[in-house]
Write a protein that binds this ligand. Structure first.
Ligand SMILES: Nc1ncnc2c1ncn2[C@@H]1O[C@H](COP(=O)(O)OP(=O)(O)OP(=O)(O)O)[C@@H](O)[C@H]1O
Ligand SMILES: [Mg+2]
Length: 331
């Protein structure tokens, strides 16, 4: 099995890696401009009956960085993902990807343009093997074209290329031993990894991950964080939804906060978590409530040791970490 020149060789640089800074223009306020946005959305609105799920006035996602989309349950994060990737239609709104309109473009075409997403609840097809799931992720297959499909040599060589890329990705996500297993036999965490690996089959430029860590075994979360950082190292832009503030702080260069359908704050992870609008969005008046409990999975991220932290303690820890990183950079 050849693995050369496929661009998927494992990258072993350890976390933490340097954050990408200087992403925004002016004050880091909701809807603020970015120096080099890859995705720009305007007036995106989606109503379900009496519920306004998404009401985003303006949003820019910075290119080449990792942006976390956070917000309490029901804030509209998944709905926004669905809209931007063509899995749902907004009542109003336009958005551009790489400078070209993407509004109203069907999901499969969105993927071909270089924007892929994963789902909060995994969509791996249980009755297909892991390899077949990976192959379904590949787009622009020459074999799909009628005339070319008459010439088996063309699709055979392409099939081999696709399998090579799939195997590389499966190795990287430590799923290569499962290549012939049905996806249904994988654990929840492995299915998440399969979904991420499958998304990468299209060589995307923007990867949108909806709660990539949810249901992933704690032993795998560190490697998953590394995988996400690797995507950035390879030049991809990442937008991910995550409830766990520790993970957000560790890997995000930029954070966008949603509440009740709107963008309520934006900023770098350390700053944004001090923002009263963010603490309010999560906790309402109960600022002494444990943000770890409010957000669900901090204990998983930290191997259990971080249980019982208050919002203030998380902010303090973040500041200590930031100071340590600054010291490191100066050295
Ligand atoms: N298909 C739908 N039909 C009706 N209401 C919906 C639908 N999808 C989402 N909603 C509602 O829209 C709001 C936003 O939901 P969404 O799933 O986008 O939130 P979220 O931020 O992803 O939450 P979570 O963190 O729990 O995943 C919620 O009030 C939800 O109940
Ligand atoms: Mg969601």
């Amino acid at each position: 099995m050849s693995s050369e020149n496929t661009g998927t060789a494992p990258i072993t640089s350890p976390t933490p890696r340097p954050k990408t800074t200087g992403l925004h223009v002016g004050e880091p306020a909701p809807g603020c401009k970015k120096v080099d946005p890859i995705l720009v959305a305007d007036h995106v609105h989606r109503q379900f009956g009496g519920v306004t799920a998404v009401d985003v006035d303006h949003l820019e996602i910075p290119r080449g960085a990792i942006t976390a989309l956070i917000g309490p349950n029901g804030a509209g994060k998944t709905t926004l993902f669905n809209l931007l990737t063509g899995f749902d239609k907004p009542d109003t709104g336009t958005w551009e990807f790489e400078g070209k309109s993407l509004s109203g473009v069907a999901a499969y075409k969105v993927a071909r343009r270089g924007l892929v997403r994963t789902f909060q609840l995994t969509k791996a097809l249980g009755l297909l093997t892991v390899m077949d799931n990976m192959k379904l992720g590949a787009t622009g297959q020459r074999g799909e074209k009628f005339w070319q499909s008459m010439i088996p040599a063309i699709w055979r060589s392409q099939d081999a290329e696709i399998e090579d890329r799939a195997m590389d990705l499966l190795q990287r996500f430590k799923l290569d031993a499962k290549v012939d297993d049905f996806a249904a036999s994988l654990s929840g965490g492995q299915r998440k990894l399969l979904e991420m690996a499958r998304a990468l089959m299209t060589k995307p430029t923007l990867v949108m991950l909806d709660e990539p860590m949810a249901g992933v075994n704690p032993a795998l979360t560190q490697s998953l964080l590394d995988h996400i950082l690797d995507l950035k190292d390879e030049g991809m832009t990442v937008l991910f939804v995550e409830h766990d503030m520790h993970m957000v702080r560790h890997i995000a260069d930029w954070v966008v906060v949603m509440a009740e359908g709107r963008i309520v704050a934006e900023g770098d992870p350390h700053e944004v978590m001090k923002n009263p609008a963010v603490i309010d969005a999560y906790l309402g008046a109960h600022q002494d409530v444990d943000l770890g409990i409010a957000t669900g999975r901090i204990a998983v991220a930290e191997g259990g040791e971080a249980q019982g932290m208050t919002a203030q303690e998380i902010v303090d820890e973040g500041e200590a970490e930031e100071a340590a990183l600054n010291r490191e950079e100066k050295r």
